[in-house]
Each structure stands twice: as structure tokens, then as C-alpha cells.
Design a protein around this ligand. Structure first.
Ligand code: PLP
Length: 429
């Protein structure tokens, strides 16, 4: 009996130890800032994980040497090719993370509608990714954003509202309308659930229409399972997408051999996620903001104040951004930006962004959007500041194809006095 009891005790002990170990491992995983959903890049690495279709194609973008800028500055200037994501921008990662976290927390159900107020890229990414999770997408967009963006969003099957740009404090700012639409979708879904419960699910279609008049007038489909406001500015899933995906990829692709990172900020998610990850890995890596005209972030980083009282976003009557660049620059501090670990900031002008875009096209064959061009302006300014022999990484957020009607439109640029004239990089002094 004694040996049997010892063997039994050994089995119990082994089971206990392995349960404790697996609890410890799971617990550590959920406690890491990475939350419990996996980044697109980490999904790819585990070969026995179930393939996720389109979502598997997001992330793990190439990090390329920008030859012209590297040769001109004596620094290795590397660009992360986010324009190669299936939805065409860095925001694909964010869309996946926001939807996955909302699904796993139960705030969003398959058949639900994800709403967002976005100047374009995030909306395109949400519209691209939502169907892969059985969801729909509704976007509220300022009507001064390039028209091709809303055309793409509609072509992807999402619904679009184009609205006048007003201050964020106004109830009809595009972000506030998007938030409202999510609550309306929730009310719509619960009303409809109650109705179909009362009628036993029998709202008969007549001549292709249902007798439920309310559903016909709504922007929501009759089978809408509620709404979820993506809230890319304040939702820290945005930060996590970059902390878990973009940052680690840059670290691996450079084998940890980088000196500095620079990017512009819209929501601040990219800058915050990447800078936090890189500085945790090596506190000597310096991270910088490059800021377009009209944005208050440069002042905030360099002087601790965002704007004068007259300039506060809540007091402005019109669109606060005096820039032709899209998706970057802001006059409020978002929860995502607050997570950034920054060592300094640079400013870039619209003229410099336009000249940089043409320079990269001519010398490298890189056809980039306005925020990527501004990031490259930042990379050169940074190279000039820290001197040759350093490795600098920046983000190539989206391609020029989304910017034909404005940033690459000679008439539009000439009306604003922004016709490019430079032969080299002389525009950066
Ligand atoms: C094209 C483009 N580039 C850059 C950014 C800025 O990135 P982030 O929001 O992570 O600061 C955005 C944000 O919308 C964008 O649309």
C-alpha cells in the first residue's frame, strides 16, 4: 500500500505543479501590457495557431533603407513599409486590435457595427477588417478629407457620413457623431430584439420590404447586433497594437541596433506604442515627434504647454489644422499620446512635406502619403541633429495613391503656393 500511496501522491503532486505552472504562465500573459489578444505579428510566429485569413496578412511589414536620405545624411534611415498592409496603412494593425479586444470583452458581437470618426485611414482599415470578424462598419468623416478616402470606404461596404469639420467640443464633431451612432445602434438592436420577441420573430417582408418602418429609415441593417465605438484616439488597444506589433518588429528587424525613432502623431498610438516598447528594450534609444503646422504637440513636448488660450481647440470655430498633411497633428492630448516616451520634437512645414514626397519619388521610387513625407522630414532633421553614423527608424504610413486629389494635385498645391521646386534636400536647410 505504501508504494501505491507514494505513487499516487507523486501523480497528484505532478498534476498540481503543472496546473500551478500553467496558471502562472497564463497569469503572466494576461498581466503583461499586451492584454490577452495576440498581435498580428505574434500570430504569424506560432505555426500551430489557427490561420486567420486576411488578418494574418497584417503586420510584419518590411523595414527598408531609404537610400537617398541615408546617403545624404550619413545615417542609416530606415522606413517601416506600413503602406504594404492589406488595407493600405499602419491603421490595419489598430483596426484588428480594437475589434479583437472588443469581441473578447463582449462589447462587440459578430453582426455588430463598429463606428468610427476618422479622417480616413483608420476608417479604411476598419472597413477592410470588420467583415473578417462578421461585423459591419459605419464611418463619420470630415468633408475636407480627400474624396478618394470616402469612395474607398463605401466601396469596401461600409456606410459613410461626410460632415463639416467643427471643434471637438461641438456635439457634431465627426468623432462625437460616431460615438452617438454606436449608442443608436445599440438602442436599435435592443428595440428590434424586443419587437421580434413580441412578434415571435415574424416581421414579414412585403414586396422586398419589412413592415418595420423604423428599420428601413435607419443607417443600420435590420439584423444589426448593436454598435461599438472604436474610439481610436482614447482606446488604448491602439497603443497596444504598436506596443505588441510595430515596436517588436522594428526591434527584431534591426537586431536591436537602432539609435532613434521619429514619427508624427494623430492619435499618438504609433509614437506611444513604438517608443514605449523600444525604450523598455533599451533606454538609450531616443524617440522624437515631428509635428505639422497647426498642431499643438510640438509646444507640449518642448515647452509643456499645448497652446495659448486663444488657440485652444475648444475655442476654435473652424477646422483647427492649418496643414495639408492628413491624419497627423492635433490640439488635445489623447490617452494614447500620453503613453509616449519622448526625448524631443521637431516641426515640419507643408512645403517641406511636399518637397520630401517629390524627392523620395524621384530618387527612391517611393510614392508616399503626406504623413510619411512628414515623418521623413523628421528623420532628416533628427539625422542633422545627432550627426552621421546613427540608425534612425521612421514609419511609412500609407501610399501616395490615397492623396491624388490634394497632396499630389499640382493645381491644388499651386493655389496654396506649395508647388515643389527643389532639386535636392536644400529645402531642409
Ligand atoms: C495616414 C496616417 N498617417 C499617420 C497617422 C498618425 O498615426 P497615429 O494615429 O498612430 O498617431 C494617421 C492617423 O490617423 C494616418 O491616418
Amino acid at each position: 500500500m505504501a508504494p501505491a500511496r507514494t505513487a499516487g501522491a507523486a501523480v497528484v503532486a505532478t498534476v498540481f505543479v503543472s496546473l500551478a505552472l500553467s496558471y502562472f504562465i497564463c497569469d503572466r500573459r494576461t498581466k503583461s501590457p499586451s492584454n490577452n489578444t495576440q498581435s498580428p505579428s505574434s500570430n504569424k510566429k506560432s505555426s500551430n495557431k489557427k490561420k486567420k485569413g486576411l488578418v494574418d496578412a497584417i503586420g510584419n511589414t518590411p523595414l527598408i533603407r531609404i537610400n537617398s536620405l541615408s546617403d545624404a545624411t550619413g545615417c542609416e534611415i530606415l522606413g517601416k513599409c506600413e503602406f504594404l498592409n492589406p488595407g493600405g496603412s499602419v491603421k490595419d494593425r489598430v483596426a484588428v486590435k480594437i475589434i479583437e479586444e472588443a469581441l473578447s470583452s463582449g462589447q462587440l458581437c459578430p453582426g455588430g457595427i463598429v463606428t468610427e470618426g476618422s479622417a480616413g485611414s483608420t476608417a479604411i482599415s476598419l472597413a477592410t477588417v470588420a467583415p473578417a470578424y462578421g461585423c459591419k462598419c459605419h464611418v463619420v468623416i470630415p468633408d475636407d478629407a480627400a474624396i478618394e478616402k470616402s469612395q474607398i470606404i463605401e466601396a469596401l461596404g461600409a456606410t459613410v457620413e461626410r460632415v463639416r469639420p467643427v471643434s471637438i467640443t461641438h456635439k457634431d464633431h465627426f468623432v462625437n457623431i460616431a460615438k452617438r451612432r454606436a449608442s443608436e445602434a445599440n438602442e436599435f438592436a435592443s428595440k428590434h430584439r424586443r419587437k421580434s420577441h413580441l412578434t415571435g420573430g415574424n416581421i414579414e417582408p412585403v414586396n422586398g420590404y419589412r413592415s418595420d418602418g423604423e428599420s428601413q429609415n435607419s443607417v443600420f441593417p435590420i439584423d444589426c447586433q448593436g454598435g461599438f465605438f472604436a474610439d481610436q484616439f482614447e482606446n488604448l488597444a491602439n497603443f497596444r497594437a504598436h506596443y505588441e506589433g510595430t515596436g517588436p518588429e522594428i526591434w527584431e528587424q534591426t537586431n536591436g541596433n537602432l539609435d532613434a525613432f521619429v514619427a508624427a502623431a494623430g492619435t499618438g498610438g504609433t509614437l506611444a506604442g513604438v517608443s514605449s516598447f523600444l525604450q523598455e528594450k533599451n533606454p538609450n534609444i531616443k524617440c522624437f515627434l515631428v509635428d505639422p503646422p497647426g498642431s499643438g504637440l510640438f509646444n507640449k513636448v518642448t515647452r509643456g504647454v499645448m497652446y495659448t488660450k486663444q488657440e485652444a481647440e475648444g475655442r476654435r470655430l473652424k477646422n483647427p489644422f492649418d496643414t495639408i498633411t492628413e491624419g497627423i497633428g492635433i490640439n488635445r492630448i489623447t490617452k494614447n499620446f500620453m503613453m509616449a516616451k519622448l526625448d524631443g520634437a521637431f516641426q515640419g512645414s507643408d512645403m517641406e512635406a511636399v518637397e520630401m514626397a517629390r524627392f523620395l519619388l524621384k530618387n527612391d521610387g517611393l510614392f508616399l502619403g503626406s504623413s510619411s513625407a512628414m515623418n521623413c522630414v523628421g528623420a532628416v532633421r533628427l539625422a542633422q541633429a545627432i550627426g552621421p553614423g546613427h540608425t534612425i527608424v521612421t514609419i511609412l504610413c500609407d501610399s501616395g495613391m490615397r492623396h491624388l486629389s490634394k497632396f499630389y494635385n499640382p493645381q491644388y498645391l499651386s493655389q496654396l503656393g506649395l508647388t515643389p521646386k527643389a532639386h535636392g534636400l536644400e529645402f531642409l536647410g
